[in-house]
Write a new protein. Sequence first.
Length: 505
Amino acid sequence: MAFKSRILVVDDDPEVCDVAAEMLRDNAHLAVATETDPEKAIGLVKGSQFDLILTDLMMGSHSGMEMLEAALEADPDTVVVFMTGYPTVENATQALKCGAYDFLVKPFQLGQLLATVERGLRKLQLSRENIRLKEQLALFKIAEAMGLTIHLSTALNQVLKLTMKEFHVEAASILLFDPSKPTPFVVQALQTQSGIDRSFLEGKTNHSLLAVKSKIVEIENVYASSVASEDILEQDRITTYLSCPLLIRGRVIGVLNMQRANVHHEFATGELQSLKVIASKAAYAISNSKLYDDLEKAYLSTIMALANAVEARDRYTSGHTVRVTYLAELIAREFGWDEERMFILSMGCSLHDIGKIGVPDSILNKPGFLNQREMTIMRKHTELGARIVEGIDFLRPCLPYIIAHHEWWDGSGYPSGLKDERIPREGRILAVADSFDAMVTDRPYRRSRSIEQAVQELVDFSGKQFDPAIVEIFLAALDKHREKIEVIYGAAVSDGSFRTAPAKT
C-alpha cells in the first residue's frame, strides 16, 4: 500500500474546505481530510498524524493560532499554513514567530495552493532528513562505544534501549540462533511495553526464521483492514514486524526483532540503513563476547586445574573447597547477594588456597604442628595466591577471598593485620566457613572435632578471630540446613547444637 502525505484542511466555511480539498486530491501523492469545526479539528490533530495543516486564521470565536499550537505540540515538525482573506503584516509576523510556515491569501489559485503545499512538504522532508542524520550520528557514536564492551548483557541492553528510542518501537528483542537445537532461537534480551504478545519477539512466528534464511531484513506491515480508504481519517494504522539478521562473515548468529504499532507510515530507507549499522555492531558484540567467554573458560579451567592440583597434594583436604563453597553460600544468601556475586563467591572459594601451589609438600602434609619457619612459608600462600590471579581481569573480584580469609577480626591475622570491618566482607565470610570445615575434618596434625565442638569454638572466637555478626548468621543457617550438614559431614547433630552458646572464658 502506497503512503501519501497527510493533509488536513480546517475552515469554518465548508466551501473553502471543499475547494481546497478538490484541488489537492488531484495530486496522487496527497491524502486530504477536511474539518469545519475548529474544536473537532484540534481533537483530530491531537489524535492523529498530519504532515501539513491548512487552517483559516479566524474561525468565529476560535483562532488559527490555537490550531498551530495544538499541531506543534502533537508534532513539532508539522507544517502549518494559514489561509486568510484579511492579511496584515502584524498577523503574518505573529504567526511566523509562533511557528507557522506560510500564508495563503483567499481567494487563492490552484497553482498558488499546490506550490505552497509542495514547498511545505519539501521543507518537512528536509527537516526530517536533518533530524535523521543527527540521529544516525548519535547511533554511530553509541554503536562504536557498544562495540568496545565485552559484557554481552550490557551491550545487548544498549542495543534494545537504542532501537526502542530511535525507531519509536513498542517492543524489541535479540535472539541467538543455533540451528543444531530443536528450538533454534534463544531469547538473549527482550524489552517490551505491557500488553504486547511476545510470540514474535521470542521467535515463535515465522518472521525470525525468514530473516535467517534470506539474510536480509524481513518486514511485514499488518493493517486492521485490507480495504483502502480515500478518507485519511478512516485509514488504518499499521503494526510493523521487522526482523533483521545478525551476521558475522556471512553467517547468521541471531536476529534483532522490532515491533512498531499505531503508525501511518513504514520504516523509512534511512531508518533501515541505521538499523543495519546497529545490527552489525550487535553481531560483533555477541561474537566478541563469545570469544571473551571462551577465553574466560580457558583461564578458569587452567586455574581450577591448579587449585585441584593443590587439593590433590594435600590428602587431608579432599573436597574441602566444595564444602567451603557451600557453607559460604549459606551465609551470602542471608545477605541477599545476587547471582553475579554468588558466582564470584564460588570462584573465590574454589581458588582461596591456590597459593599453596608454592608450599612444599613437606610443610603441606607435615604430620604435626609447624615450626616458626614453616609457618612463615605457609602464611605466604595468601599473597602468592593473590599474585597468581591478580593479572587476570575476570578473576580480580576473587582477590578478597584469597588475600583476606586469614585476617582476624581483632587485627591479629595475616597477611595485612586488618581489623573488624576493614577486612573485606568476602574474607570474613570465608574465614568462618573455612575454619568450620577445617575443624570438623581430619588434618595432618590432629583428628577432626565434632560439629558441636566446632560450633563452640566459633562462638568462643567470635569478636576475636571472627566477625560476630557473620558467626550468628552462620549458626542460624546451619540450623536451617541441619539435614544437609549431617549428610555432608556424616554426623548426626543434636538439637540446639547450632544455637549461640556463651563464649568460654
